[in-house]
Design a protein around this ligand. Sequence first.
Ligand code: UT7
Length: 370
Amino acid sequence: MGSALVGFGKAVPALVVANETLETLVDTSDEWIVTRTGIQSRHVAIEETNADLAEAAARDALGWTNGGFSERRFDASEIDLVVFATITPDTVCPSMAGLLRRRLGLENAIAFDVNAACTGFVYGTTIAESMMAACAPTSAGATGRNPIRRALVIGAERLTRLTNWADRNTCVLFGDGAGAAVLEWDETRPGIMGSFIVNQDDFANALSSPAAYDAPQPFNADGTLKEVPALLGAAEQGIDDELGVAELVGAGRPRQVLYMDGPKVFKFAAEAMTEAVNQVLSRANISLDDVACIIPHQANERIIKYAAKKLNRPMDFFQLSIAHTGNTSAASVPMALCDAYANGRINRGDKIILVAFGGGFTSGAVLYEA
Ligand code: UT7
């Protein structure tokens, strides 16, 4: 028995920005971006919010539209849990999960957000599965906890709101989108067979975004009032120091954007991806030979190539969606998963691995039987 993945959906914003457009913004070229990353274009949300994208993806996954891949139509009242993975929420309060719960009328759902950067969907799925395993009422009766039979797990980002469009090292990489999956506790299916999630300290400050809030404060440290309320105080300066961005911020760079040392993250990512795949296989006592395909985080095609070599598998063993999405952080794995169903590459009974890595550092993998 296990948590079966039974519904999938995705949504992207209307605006498509091709590499050629970025050539007019920063000193880059289509050729550099394609050969170094595999990205040709990305979607940028101008009129859509994160919640709009997530809602569209969720409606598909719940079988409320013909756009997704759902084993049946799920009623709003059947969803007991919403786990929403994002680092770019429209709101801090209510949570994005809470907003979605209201928009979709999920009156019985517990709802909360998860921040695990690009690994967010893998973390969210693992959390949902763990809660279902602990809380699903079985033939033996209730568990004494909130009953959770079905969960909606979302990965959705408006990452281009965190993007520094003057920085060619990062702005060519990111895009916006949302992906969703419905999990159902099923006593007749193996569903999720194993998971592995792990954190490592990002000692070298390879990936960060220092500012989450921006209400200016009226007080000095001694309690006197400032003439002009301002955000940047000793506490913010301390954070900037800790994240290694003080000098750049001092030089006028915004605090609310992503800072990344690409090569350092690349090195971590390439190792983390193969490690997570091997760990989840060993936890489930399954060989990679028994797996039909891997759905990896779409950060850079070269990271996937590196993993393919290490795992001794051809590139077509991996779902590749990056060319027209860029890196969409927590949305990347569920969007690629939806593409894999759309391409007809996943059949009932196939064993599938979802794998991701990202800021924090976080990394992890989920193995499930379709
Ligand atoms: O989602 C979570 C995590 N994110 C990732 O996993 C991203 C991991 N990192 C990467 O994917 C790659 O490191 C990047 C795509 C970000 C960069 O690729 P790279 O092959 O590691 O390039 P690099 O940073 O070593 O830069 C090589 C050269 C540099 O020029 P010099 O110093 O050799 O003259 C850069 O200034 O390429 C230059 N460069 C660019 N040139 C044209 C950097 N960005 C660009 C650009 N266009 N957009």
